[in-house]
Design a protein around this ligand. Structure first.
Ligand code: EPU
Length: 441
């Protein structure tokens, strides 16, 4: 039965939370296990939906997946890799975006792949044209079918000279996971260089791959014929860390995020400091808190790494409703990532959306009818509301707005939060939130 979350707001969140391996790395490193000829071990696995989906898809393809929940690690043995029935794969249609990354590894392992229709957050069109274009350049033949795509490489996969129109994280991962075992050299220009990409490269290098990252977003991969399994601890989830940091600011709280890593959060920490948030970096993690007094408004633009990441935007907007003055946020990665502000406005926030590029750099969404710039005026008193969680980061924002608000809020759709925030309810309770789950009537 669907769950209803009742939140009594107005209480600062204080205490400690632990983040484990990054949602945007772990499922991809799991896919990489298909490329090895011996078992792979991945540690610091979060209990989130994408991990379950990839685990199920690996098992359907004959990979043995063993969990050690005590140690938080999984061992994946691809010795028995085989084709899966498309009806079984189809059962995962709409569950996640990760299955598109199975293309290269499955073509290397068994010559072909069937990829179910993708899921993931509705924050824009989220096409897969870059993925299909790079795969075709490697020599793959793509056949779109009802319910998914079928892909094969009748003449083998060959290294290619590639250039992405935009530094897409997923398409860069697609190239890496395909090129490492393609024959010859691959050169990718316009690559994404997010910390999660570097961690995937680290995994592939442990397996025996030869990958060079140049300073100008060019990645060169020399294909090798065999790769072995890997042993790796996933980098910590910087997006979850940034979410809790924003929650501390929005609720006037004080949260120590164990395992948060400064190196992967530089752009976030600069912004946090400019708004007036305090933080203290230690070897064990980062403490984030609201120092009291007024918060400062600011002008902010989301961007690919090393810029201010789009996944940090939504939780931070809630904190900006409490800043004194007018803030501008220009979203340049997704065309439709401000839908979540409707609920914030119902809670009393003053946020106007604009089609123009209000940041300093015109982006590819300008003049195209997308409401991708937000003007936020504060400070406002937020009040409780009823809402249905729309997407992962937008949903987290609604919840922290409800926690910061006066009065009672009621939220449905909580299962979306479990896609990226493991043990979410336990963490909220540990931070002193007044929340209660019940069955929706
Ligand atoms: N794009 C295309 N065509 C493609 C691929 C991407 O036009 O074939 C566009 C997208 O529509 C978007 C932009 O390129 O406008 C960037 O998309 P990207 O491919 O980089 O995103 P992704 O790989 O699908 C990952 C994360 C997202 C994160 C983005 C950007 C995972 C599972 N997801 O998505 O995380 O926002 O990179 O860093 O790694 C989240 O965690 O809430 C989340 C959405």
């Amino acid at each position: 039965m669907a769950k209803l979350l009742t939140i009594q707001g107005g209480k600062p969140l204080t205490g400690e939370v632990t983040v484990r391996g990054a949602k945007n790395l772990v499922p991809k490193a799991m896919v990489a296990a298909l490329l090895g000829n011996t078992p792979s071990v991945l540690r610091s696995i979060p209990e989130i939906k994408d991990v379950d989906v990839v685990s199920a898809l690996l098992e359907l393809h004959g990979v043995t997946v063993d969990w050690d929940s005590q140690a938080g690690s999984i061992t994946m043995d691809p010795a028995g890799v085989r084709q899966a029935k498309s009806a079984e794969i189809d059962a995962h249609a709409g569950d996640s975006r990760i299955p598109i990354l199975f293309c290269g590894p499955l073509m290397h392992a068994i010559g072909e792949a069937f990829i179910p229709d993708l899921g993931g957050c509705k924050i824009g069109d989220r096409p897969i044209d870059y993925h299909l274009e790079v795969l075709r350049n490697f020599g793959a033949v793509v056949d779109k079918r009802p319910g998914g795509i079928s892909i094969s490489a009748p003449k083998g996969l060959h290294g290619a000279k590639l250039e992405l129109p935009y530094p897409s994280v997923g398409a860069t991962e697609q190239v890496l996971l395909t090129a490492v075992k393609a024959e010859g050299i691959t050169e990718l220009k316009g690559a994404a260089v997010e910390p999660e990409i570097h961690d995937l490269i680290a995994v592939l290098q442990k397996m025996g791959a030869i990958i060079t990252v140049q300073t100008d977003r060019t990645i060169r991969i020399e294909g090798v014929s065999t790769l072995r399994g890997y042993n790796h601890t996933a980098l910590p989830d910087r997006n979850e860390a940034a979410s809790w940091a924003s929650a501390a600011l929005a609720t006037g709280g004080d949260i120590f995020v164990r395992h948060a890593s400064q190196r992967d959060l530089t752009a976030f920490l600069n912004t946090y400091r400019k708004i007036g948030g305090e933080f203290d970096v230690t070897d064990e993690g980062i403490r984030f808190w609201h120092a009291g007094g007024e918060l400062n408004p600011l002008v902010l633009e989301t961007d690919v790494h090393p810029g201010f990441m789009t996944d940090w935007q939504q939780p931070l907007v809630v904190a900006l409703t409490q800043a004194t003055g007018v803030s501008i946020v220009h979203e340049t990665v997704y065309e439709n990532r401000f839908g979540f502000t409707d609920a914030l406005v119902r809670m009393g926030a003053s946020i106007q959306l604009h089609r123009e590029c209000l940041g300093s750099i015109p982006c590819r969404f300008g003049q195209r009818n997308f409401l991708h710039s937000a003007v936020i005026s504060g400070p406002v008193r937020l009040k409780g509301a009823t809402f249905d969680i729309p997407d992962l980061r937008g949903g987290f924002s609604h919840l922290i707005a409800a926690l910061a608000a006066e009065g009672t809020s009621k939220a449905t759709g909580l299962e979306i939060i479990n896609r990226g925030y493991e043990h979410f309810m336990d963490k909220l309770l540990a931070l002193g939130a007044d929340v209660e789950l019940s069955d929706e009537s």
